[in-house]
Write a protein that binds this ligand. Structure first.
Ligand code: ASP
Length: 439
């Protein structure tokens, strides 16, 4: 067995957390490749090292004194190194960083140093080989991620190294300059390493025991999802349940490598397995509930629109012309509704109305704002009769007015539109009927 293990910032925030990580890694021979993030928050209100690096670099870039800011970063690492009792002198590294900041080498370089330094500390702590991500993770000259080159470089480099630490979040462009992924991107590095070494499992260690069936800010102590498919996870993540970086999923999904999301602070919890497909029957008929507030709907009414060839295309073209995506398009015989992100829509509102008048000559255009979308997701729904019925009777009992319904063609999800103010009540009602009532 070969496992790739990635640890998030909160798992590496101080020496105490590092020790937990060390115990986890060394508990299994199979945990051969380790991807660390930069040290994260130690307590609520604390600053992540990545953010400290960004602000320190901005001072340097604008010609201000950044020595105190850099010292604070140095202190974060010193606390870890001393706390672990390591004999490691990071001074030469900090001298290089300081000189590079003065030379204004770029924000990405600055941000990447959090992972880079943590990688050095982690390798020394575990006794593993340090492999700089700049040598193995490749971006092209335009800054786009180069998957083929990365895969080749990674597999070649790691072929003869049985145990290595590869810092997350960054790589290099052909000219050697450092480029980072988007925030939270260490997850991506982990998945790329897992793919390149043909790992049997990618473990993603964080500070929660996996994916929860619902948002814990709405539902107290929601049940953890033991197994979720990639498709279900996509649906739930899109609807706000983010545990893994979106882009981390695709490389693994293609290879059929499962992900295990685990909690560094509760290492005995089994966490959530994310898999391509499974015979595992979910305990509940639904896998999870996700949701987002802040949508607006544009309803276009026109008698006999169903006979007009190209009506839908013309409507959507108006949104395309202002550079907007749409979420859903529920329709009736003489109505066509486009659901959009309210925040994105607001600046284009009048332009869209004028565009619709010009292109489809509607009888009426109606706008509604402050809507929320709730996604009830579950591979088990396909086999179960009456899921929709149960959802809607639960919502009726909770006095929630349903504004829109959309069942995905995969039968993997049912999307329900409600008013923003009914959002929490609706989620509670759905959770109660499918989970609490079955416990
Ligand atoms: N340290 C980076 C961030 O804070 C990347 C990561 O943690 O995955 O976004």
């Amino acid at each position: 067995m070969k496992k790739v293990v990635k640890f998030g910032g909160s798992s590496l925030a101080n020496a105490e957390q590092f020790r937990k990580v060390g115990n986890i890694v060394l508990a299994e021979e199979d945990r051969r490749y380790v991807i660390p993030s930069a040290p994260g928050r130690r307590f609520p209100g604390d600053t992540k090292v990545t953010d400290m690096l960004y602000s320190c670099y901005h001072l340097a870039e604008s010609g201000q004194d950044f020595s105190a800011a850099l010292q604070n970063i140095r202190d974060r690492y010193e606390e870890i190194i001393q706390g672990l009792g390591l004999d490691l002198d990071m001074e030469p590294e900090f001298e290089t960083i300081e000189a590079s900041f003065r030379a204004r080498v770029g924000e990405d370089y600055a941000a990447s140093r959090g992972e880079y330094l943590n990688g050095i500390v982690m390798a020394a702590f575990l006794g593993y080989t340090f492999v700089d991500a700049a040598e193995v993770i490749a971006f092209d000259e335009d800054g786009a991620f180069d998957d083929k080159k990365t895969d080749k470089q990674l597999s070649r480099r790691l072929e003869d190294i049985p145990k290595a630490v590869i810092p997350g979040f960054y790589g290099a462009m052909p000219d050697g300059s450092i480029k980072t992924f988007s925030r939270g991107g260490s997850d991506i590095t982990g998945s790329l390493v897992a793919k390149a070494v043909h790992a049997d499992l990618y473990e993603n260690w964080t500070d929660v025991s996996g994916f929860l069936m619902a948002d814990p800010r709405i539902i107290k102590d929601p049940v953890t999802i033991p197994t979720i498919t990639y498709r279900e996870m996509r649906e739930l993540s899109y609807m706000g349940a983010t545990v893994l970086h979106e882009d981390a999923v695709f490389p693994l999904r293609k290879e059929g490598i499962p992900i295990n999301v685990r909690n560094t602070n509760c290492p005995d919890d089994p966490g959530t397995m994310v898999v391509e497909s499974t015979c595992n029957k979910p305990r509940f008929c639904i896998t999870g509930i996700g949701g987002k507030k802040g949508f607006a709907s544009v309803t276009i009414e026109k008698a006999m629109m169903n006979t007009e060839v190209g009506f839908g295309r013309k409507v959507l073209q108006v949104f395309e012309d202002v550079g907007m995506t749409f979420e859903h398009t529920p329709s009736g015989i003489d109505t066509f509704t486009v659901l959009v992100n309210q925040h994105e829509f607001e600046p284009h509102e009048q332009q869209v109305i004028a565009g619709l008048h010009r292109s489809v000559r509607p009888d009426l255009i109606e706008l509604e704002s402050d809507l929320a979308l709730i996604a009830v997701v579950g591979r088990g729904m396909r086999r179960t009769r009456g899921t929709a019925g149960r959802i809607f009777s639960a919502l009726a009992h909770a006095h929630v007015n349903v504004k829109m319904i959309d069942q995905g063609s995969s039968e993997l999800n049912i999307i329900i539109g409600v008013e923003n103010r009914d959002f929490e009540t609706a989620i509670k009602a759905i959770y109660d009927i499918f989970v609490i009532a079955q416990l």
